[in-house]
Design a protein around this ligand. Structure first.
Ligand code: GDP
Length: 431
């Protein structure tokens, strides 16, 4: 792409299912043409897997754009930053030859996830009568500290006495809560906190005003990608509450999570798999039967990037995707993992949910009713041919094109990108 054809403006990449949609791959493909890539929410529970050549990179906190030489990568104020894990990832990238000099910025307003958040997460989940299936990485408790106005922010690292005061209060609070949960308080906790904070100076060196930097870039006609973690059905407000993550994953949160206004966003691309998966607990209305579940899990390699947990699999859920198109204000869709369906003789799409005698086509707010709905299926012929080498829409078998057309009709969002394999080159752009 020549300089004059390079896109400018701000694009949000948002997951439209239960996460793991392949956002990392789409960001990686689009990152080529942008100047800044920023993460706007979540923590180290989200893992993006990106394949570059024969190499596989699993990124938890650093935006996937880091794998493109020279691009600036930011972690916005909306993320909760696990310093220890962040530097592990930072050094692992360096060890694999990725040049990070001047390329990573961390919002001064981002909250720190400290070792006591992890302890609380595990203790809470262990005691809970209704388990959410968290990754136990402390994300929920870190967002609780933030909402409870007792969090520690990157900006606090510059003021040692304030930092000490805030951390001491955090440790004390954690001790009290652990005791109430009947958990042994580990005397190693203070040591772990001290270890984490010993990295504070290195983190301060990366501190940035992400909103200011992004607005300055946009004013100079540069292009920016805002990258979400997890997906719409895991959004704290719009997802299958309480089986959700502790932040807003949806596109509007991208503005808040990096420090810009919503009017600065020009495009919102929703990422959906050509089928549906879900990790962790909570309902999955389009779930396969046991045999098909195992078959597609193996075809798609559906095991969590962070925990290795098997993901439950099901047909493409157009009710959820249409809802996601609406709540995110999608301007386009990126459909990933089309190739995973290549061998199936027939493919179904969930077009509605049957609840008693009624069929609903809007995603219900009552999570508990979702667990009891019967999916209404529309079945179309499979293509039973490889799509891995397709690079243009015309290269796809007509049954695959028909399937994508149905997804577009049912969700109301134009399909702009189709991914047909893990490699960067395995992408079809239809606009
Ligand atoms: P993310 O968190 O949304 O980025 O998703 P994950 O990284 O958890 O899962 C995406 C996985 O699917 C990674 O292993 C990708 O390499 C892989 N992937 C992405 N797009 C495709 C595709 O089109 N086909 C296949 N077969 N795998 C893909």
């Amino acid at each position: 792409m020549s300089e004059s054809e390079r896109p400018s403006g701000c694009t949000v990449i948002v997951g439209c299912q239960w996460g793991d949609e392949g956002k990392g791959k789409i960001v990686d493909v689009l990152a080529e043409d942008v100047d800044i890539i920023a993460r706007y929410q979540g923590g180290a529970n989200a893992g993006h897997t990106v394949h570059v050549g024969d190499e596989e990179f699993v990124l938890h906190q650093i935006p996937s754009g880091i794998l493109h030489r020279g691009k600036r990568c930011l972690l916005g104020n909306g993320v909760v930053l696990d310093i220890v894990q962040f530097f592990e990832e930072y050094h692992a990238l360096q060890a694999r030859g990725v040049d990070l000099e001047g390329r990573i910025g961390v919002s001064e307003r981002a909250h720190l996830l400290l070792p006591y958040h992890r302890l609380l997460d595990k203790a809470d989940e262990c005691q809970a009568t209704r388990k959410i299936g968290t990754t136990g990485r402390g994300i929920g408790p870190a967002y609780e500290s933030k909402a409870g106005r007792s969090g520690v922010r990157v900006a606090d690292l510059a003021n040692p006495s304030r930092l000490q005061e805030l951390v001491a209060a955090g440790v004390e609070h954690a001790e009290r809560r652990l005791a109430a949960l009947g958990q042994e308080y580990s005397s190693e906790l203070q040591g772990a906190v001290d270890d984490a904070l010993s990295l504070g100076e290195a983190l301060q060196a990366l501190a940035a005003d992400t909103g200011l930097e992004i607005m300055q870039a946009l004013r100079s006609d540069k292009a920016v990608l805002l990258e979400g973690a997890q997906g719409t059905a895991l959004d704290l407000d719009h997802g299958t509450y309480p089986f959700v993550t502790s932040s807003n994953t949806t596109a509007a949160a991208a503005a808040t999570g990096v420090g810009i206004g919503p009017t600065a966003i020009s495009r919102v691309i929703g990422v959906v798999k050509a089928y549906t998966t879900r990790v962790g607990n909570g309902p999955l209305p389009s779930a396969f039967d046991e045999e098909m579940d195992k078959h597609v899990r193996e075809l798609g390699g559906e095991f969590g990037a962070t925990t290795g947990r098997p993901r439950r699999c099901g047909w493409f859920d157009a009710v959820l995707a249409r809802y996601s198109a609406r709540v995110n204000g999608l301007t386009g869709l990126a459909v990933t993992k089309l190739d995973v369906l290549d061998t199936l003789p027939e493919i179904s799409i969930v077009t509605g949910y049957r609840i008693g005698a009624d069929v609903v086509e809007e995603f219900p707010a009552d999570t508990w009713s979702l667990g009891t709905v019967e999916p209404v299926l529309e079945t179309v012929p499979g293509w039973e041919a490889s799509t891995c080498d397709a690079r243009r829409l015309e290269d796809l078998p007509s049954a695959a094109r028909h399937y994508l057309d149905r997804i577009q009709e049912l969700t109301g969002a134009p399909v702009e990108m189709i991914s047909v394999g893990t490699k960067r080159s395995q992408i079809i752009r239809s606009v």
